[in-house]
Design a binder for this molecule. Structure first.
Ligand code: THU
Length: 159
């Protein structure tokens, strides 16, 4: 029997069409991206997280000469959020990534490992985390839950 997995996502074509809160997250992710430490890949990624208490947290990718020791922007940001605000829910996560000198680039989604890490916190807080990823120009792809990007996900309910 063949089955289908469907999910909804929104495409917003341009920064000016974003709601004010998302414009703020876009700008925060852009600022974080500029401060990324990515001398090996020269691919800079910034992430902004909005918490239920209105706090905005940011992070960027941190690379290492021993390559696998580095960390993506999304996990840098979400681990910091959980370390410092363990009891505050995460509402939104916004990501922007592009090669260092790019002036124009497509919206890049979170990698598989980051999706798994985000899922952990979505499950923990039992409410959705809205995920947005944006091109450098401000074109946005947005979906209501990380589960939409991680079908057949493995979580603590299976342990
Ligand atoms: N990277 C992120 O920070 N987030 C992602 O979701 C994809 C990849 C980083 C890891 C590495 O520093 C660089 O981008 C190239 O893979």
């Amino acid at each position: 029997m063949e089955k289908e997995f469907k999910f909804n996502f929104e495409v917003i074509d341009g920064f000016e069409k974003l709601q004010e809160e998302d414009q703020k997250l876009f700008n925060t992710a852009m600022d974080a991206r500029r401060k990324a430490y990515a001398p090996y890949s020269n691919f800079l990624v910034g992430c902004a997280i909005l918490l239920e208490n209105g706090e905005i947290i940011s992070g960027n990718n941190q690379e290492n000469a021993a390559y696998p020791s580095g960390l993506c922007a999304e996990r840098t940001a979400i681990f910091w959020a959980s370390a410092n605000f363990p009891n505050v829910g995460i509402k939104k996560l916004f990501v922007i990534g592009a090669p260092k000198d790019a002036v124009s680039f497509i919206a890049i989604p979170p990698c598989g490992a980051c999706r798994q890490a985000i899922l952990e916190y979505e499950s923990r807080q039992n409410t959705d985390v809205e995920i947005s990823f944006a091109s450098l120009e401000g074109d946005i792809i947005k979906t209501k839950s990380i589960r939409n990007l991680l079908p057949f996900s493995f979580d603590s309910s299976m342990l």
